[in-house]
Design a protein around this ligand. Structure first.
Ligand code: SF4
Length: 393
């Protein structure tokens, strides 16, 4: 058995660890890029959402690299994710590819285990326990590395130094074959990143990114949004979702994820009393919380025909006005260009900078009826420059 699974950010590292620890060969194709998207878009239905197209191209790459089993997690039926695996595998078979399907979450668990048992020989349950531990250890290490990089990148003195460290440790984590090695790498990566020389970061802008999971986590689709904001614009960008959350939530390996998810569902109920099948509760709650969490603005990133996020798109402007938090909507499809996205980001960041300068301090409370936005008596809130001075700049 040679198992392949579609890419999503750095999820391939814990997933490869899981599969290989079971004694099965994992086929990991090259990281998706614009060609992968074009390839998938050629065979996918025109109005299907963007992640479907790029993951279809990714599956084609994996099958061309020798995979004979395609594994895919299946969502609930509410949004298109529930149909991804079945429709993609049908398209791939129509194209002439021959392979077995492992539809996790759709097929009976016993039939999935039976298929894996055939490839693993003996001791499938013992191996499964070790593989789950390795999966969790690698997912935690990747999460820690990504979180550190997001904080350090906009503050680093030598541009690109964080990403150089990150690239080398991701590679080492992918190759690590024991828990001891993963723990050792975690310690080393923490020391390497935190010892980087930093520059003065007073007044650093912080932006929260909300939206559809795949667009948020896959750099080839969002034009490396988090990294670009950090290195090119010197802005700390924090997505509400992470690979770790996506991987560990369905397996109940981290109860904290469920606590935060239930809170998000509860808080978003006023705006959206239904479950739409995506990450809509995280989008709404992430925007609601962003002001009190000290963010200067929110970026909403979503694919063109995404049903849950297009519904959120109509809700977020009212939250943005009520909580006085600037909002930028970035809609992605296969025709979206880097230049268009960067121009919009540039304008948004400029606006956040002048707003910060004008306000003199970050407002950290929601706007209240009849109350001015700035407390004129609070010396911390006095503008550093007058409006006319700013206009002259
Ligand atoms: S959340 Fe949106 S983009 Fe993702 S599968 Fe569902 S409809 Fe498609």
């Amino acid at each position: 058995m040679k198992i392949a699974f579609p890419h999503m950010g750095n999820a391939y590292i814990p997933l490869r660890g899981l599969v290989e620890h079971m004694g099965v060969e994992a086929v990991v194709p090259e990281r998706p890029n614009r060609f992968t998207l074009e390839k998938g878009a050629r065979y996918a239905p025109e109005f299907v959402c963007l992640p479907f197209k790029i993951t279809l191209g990714d599956c084609m790459n994996a099958l061309e690299k020798g995979a004979d089993t395609m594994a895919m997690v299946c969502g609930m039926w509410a949004c298109r994710f529930g149909y991804y695996a079945s429709v993609q595998h049908m398209i791939l078979r129509d194209m002439g590819y021959e392979f077995d399907s492992l539809l996790i979450g759709r097929e009976d668990l016993r039939s999935v285990l039976d298929k894996v048992r055939g490839a693993v020989d003996r001791g499938v349950f013992r191996k499964l326990a070790g593989a789950a531990a390795m999966f969790r250890a690698k997912a935690t290490a990747v999460e820690e590395l990504e979180a550190l990089a997001r904080r350090i990148r906009p503050r680093e003195e030598a541009t690109g130094s964080t990403d150089a460290i990150m690239g080398s440790y991701l590679e080492k984590l992918d190759q690590a074959d024991s828990m001891r090695r993963v723990w050792q790498l975690r310690k080393e990566q923490r020391e390497a990143i935190t010892s980087l020389p930093l520059r003065e970061s007073n007044g650093l802008l912080r932006v929260r990114i909300v939206g559809e999971l795949y667009v948020l986590l896959e750099p080839s689709l969002n034009f490396d949004l988090v990294k670009r904001l950090g290195t090119q614009f010197g802005v700390e960008a924090q997505p509400v979702l992470s690979t770790y959350r996506w991987l560990l939530s369905p397996l109940w390996l981290d109860p904290l994820l469920h606590i935060s998810s239930s809170r998000a569902r509860r808080m978003s109920r006023t705006y959206l009393p239904y479950v739409l099948g995506g990450e809509e509760h995280m989008t709404i709650t992430g925007t609601l919380d962003s002001h009190t969490d000290g963010f200067d603005g929110v970026i909403h990133a979503y694919p063109l025909t995404c049903m849950p996020e297009n519904i959120c798109r109509t809700i977020l402007p009212s939250i943005s006005t009520a909580h006085d938090i600037p909002l930028l909507n970035l809609c992605f499809d296969e025709h979206t260009s880097t230049v268009g996205t960067v121009t919009r980001l540039e304008a948004f960041i400029d606006m956040l900078r002048s707003r910060r300068e004008h306000n003199g301090c970050r407002e950290s409370r929601p706007r209240q009826e009849g109350k001015p936005l700035r407390d004129e008596k609070d010396p911390a809130c006095q503008p550093k420059r007058s409006l006319s001075e700013l206009r002259r700049l």
